[in-house]
Design a protein around this ligand. Structure first.
Ligand code: CP3
Length: 344
């Protein structure tokens, strides 16, 4: 076993601790006043993502406030479609608006994989800068979206509840859809390779919309492309640790926990803890899974939930986190109390 002074990385490598390492999905964000100030200074959300100095600054902001074990690169899963040639805009209060892929000719118009670095090189510079400033005990997490989740934004052009347009594309033009998935897969492998070369210790793949797939297609469109990315990365970087987040897949979570190329599975908040312990943590390190709404409400119920999660996963590998991203209305005092409760 590799002894490690980075607690989060150590847990991924099989070490156990009384107090689990902790970080929070979307820990740099709008619930922090200093984040909002830096975003204004940058000009907008995308300008912030493509400004290495300011992206490094916001990555480190939550670590200056809270005793966290991980820093996650500040960027977005939609930078890959942007780098593949699709126009991207983030409108205040509206979320992302992306130029869409509507048919096979649009898939073919996407730029070649090696062209993505023209757009994405500021992200790699941000990773190097963060690494140079980061305390040696903190694990640096790089990330990308999963091919399925990224494809939904490329086809819908924005967030969607039912992903009907994407499912229509998949059902009516399966070959074009498969070409799109492999284009995203190739670009993601190259993008993440550069993040690892720049200093990322761990990679997380966000499949935020995996739960929107019918059960019969989870393996083909959620699991398989992420497995390919993980295997290709590990061929180049055998020691890189990979966390996958197939949000909302319910009992399919077990299949993800059995894949050799994955090192950790991030749990959403819907999963019963005891089920997740017996059917996921039994096979792999787990991350999660406090419902982010507790960081808005706080109080005794939040404390109880935190202690239940900690206790349930205390015999196996566990990284404490939320079951989804922290919301803008989260109360900073509740984040402080979360960390204090874990350390008690
Ligand atoms: O702190 C961190 O976690 C690192 C940065 C990070 C962001 N987005 C910054 C961000 C990460 C890891 C992401 C991932 C991401 N982006 C996902 C997967 C995770 C998840 O939450 O399911 C998805 C689906 C996206 C796409 C995206 N980006 C949407 C749908 C939105 C709009 C919704 C919203 O919260 O406004 C974004 C914007 C975004 N990405 C913000 C941040 C901090 C808010 C933008 C702002 O500052 O106005």
């Amino acid at each position: 076993m590799i002894k490690n002074n980075k607690k989060l990385l150590a847990v991924l490598n099989g070490e156990k601790f009384k107090v689990p390492p902790v970080w929070l999905m979307r820990q740099a964000g709008r619930y922090l006043p200093e984040y909002k100030n830096t975003r204004v200074l940058a000009g907008g959300f995308l300008d912030l993502c493509y400004n290495p100095k300011l992206a490094a600054e916001v990555t480190l902001q939550p670590l200056n406030r809270f005793d966290l074990d991980g820093a996650i690169l500040f960027a977005d899963i939609l930078l890959i479609p942007n780098a593949l040639g699709l126009k991207l805009e983030f409108r205040e209060g509206e979320g992302p608006i992306l130029e869409t892929v509507n048919d096979h000719s649009d898939v073919l118009k996407l730029l070649k994989t090696n062209a993505i670095h023209d757009t994405l090189s500021p992200v790699y510079d941000a990773v190097s800068l963060i690494k140079s400033k980061l305390n040696k005990n903190i694990t640096l997490i790089g990330f990308a979206g999963s091919p399925w989740t990224v494809s939904t934004y490329m086809i819908e052009g924005r967030g969607s509840k039912d992903h009907q347009k994407t499912k229509m594309f998949l059902a009516r033009n399966p070959e074009s859809f498969n070409t799109l998935i492999s284009k995203i897969t190739d670009a993601t492998v190259d993008y993440l390779s550069k993040q690892i070369e720049a200093g990322a210790d761990v990679i997380k793949l966000f499949d935020s919309w995996a739960g929107s797939l019918p059960g019969s297609l989870v393996e083909k469109y959620s699991l398989k492309p992420m497995k390919e990315i993980a295997e290709r990365l590990k061929e180049i970087f055998p020691y890189v640790q990979i966390i996958v987040f197939p949000r909302g897949v319910g009992p399919h979570y077990t299949k993800f926990s059995q894949i050799k190329a994955f090192d950790c599975v991030a749990l959403d908040s819907n999963l019963p803890l005891i089920w997740a312990k017996d059917n996921v943590q039994n096979n792999i390190v787990v991350q999660g899974n406090l419902d982010p709404s507790f960081l808005v409400s706080g109080g005794e119920m939040m404390i109880e939930e935190i202690l239940n999660i900690k206790k349930m996963f205390s015999n196996g590998g566990h990284i404490f986190n939320l079951g989804h991203g922290i919301t803008p209305s989260a109360d900073i005092k509740n984040v402080e109390s979360l960390i204090a409760t874990l350390h008690k």
